[in-house]
Design a protein around this ligand. Structure first.
Ligand SMILES: Nc1nc2c(c(=O)[nH]1)N[C@H]1C(S)=C(S)[C@@H](COP(=O)(O)O)O[C@H]1N2
Ligand SMILES: [Mo]
Length: 252
């Protein structure tokens, strides 16, 4: 019985990966297209299956010898304000945490570094077809949530980035609270032993979400907001890439 469920899950994961490949392959996507809506249904089923079976199991971690020597930077643009902050040792940077939380806070990097520090060597998989392994150091997203206190009704954490595309549209992303509470979901300030991490890697703070695809690993964070839904937010799909047609759930 359980064998059957796992093989179904694998099949569905494959379907979701296929649908990612569709979008990233520069195909024009018509959301009303029948094939597209079928793939979207597959996504929902995949999420249901993986959510039911995978959590809270840890993700695969690697030995130091597996760390990639070549780890591409994949950003729209570098945020100027962050570049300035880097020059000043991140003194002026703050992470604002608000929305459906008991205790809204504005945290300095040092405040986050006082939460229990975790280092893990995990792989990032980009929909463009490359993967890379690195050691990330940071605090658990779950510990931040404990600190601020999640209010009833909160379903998603929206992560705001300081960069924007050439047209001025800001990058942002979101994850559900189940993913946020996963033990391998980090708010990372260190990369391969370097803290702060290199600016273009997402400094001073980036999301490390190894259970989901690269585009869900939001860089250059300055604000996290807990919300019940995505209404009134960007294009309403929960993220910069999602607003362009990527799936919201980037599960691997
Ligand atoms: N703020 C921000 N976060 C981002 C992106 C971006 O352009 N801006 N790109 C995403 C994509 S598509 C990937 S694959 C990873 C790449 O992380 P890296 O630059 O450390 O390789 O960051 C993700 N997070
Ligand atoms: Mo990506």
């Amino acid at each position: 019985m359980s064998d059957l469920r796992i093989s179904r899950r694998e099949m569905l994961t494959g379907l979701a990966a296929l649908s990612s490949a569709f979008v990233s392959g520069c195909l024009e996507v018509d959301p009303h297209d029948r094939v597209w809506s079928w793939l979207m249904q597959a996504e929902t089923i995949n999420r249901w299956f993986t959510g039911g079976l995978a959590s809270p199991r840890g993700v695969k971690t690697y030995p130091a010898s597996a760390i990639s020597t070549d780890f591409k930077i994949n950003s729209l643009n570098l945020p100027d304000s962050q570049r300035m902050a880097a020059l000043h040792g991140w003194q002026s940077w703050r992470l604002q945490v608000d929305g459906l939380v008991r205790r809204p806070v504005s945290l300095a990097l040092g405040d986050l570094q006082r939460l229990p520090s975790v280092s893990q060597i995990t792989r990032l998989d980009c929909v463009e077809g490359w993967s890379a392994i690195a050691q990330w150091t940071g605090c658990r997203f779950a510990d931040l949530l404990d600190r601020v206190g999640v209010l009833p009704g909160a379903k998603y954490a929206v992560c705001y980035s300081a960069d924007q595309d050439d047209g001025g549209t800001p990058f942002y992303g979101s994850l559900d609270l189940r993913a946020a509470n996963h033990p391998n979901t980090l708010l990372a300030y260190g990369f391969n032993g370097q803290t702060p991490m290199p600016v273009d890697r997402g400094a001073p703070l980036r999301l490390v979400l190894p259970t989901q695809l690269g585009y869900k690993n939001t860089k250059f964070l300055y604000r996290i907001s807990l919300v019940p839904d995505f209404s009134g937010l960007g294009g309403g799909k929960g993220g910069y890439w999602e607003d362009q047609g990527y799936e919201w759930y980037g599960g691997i």
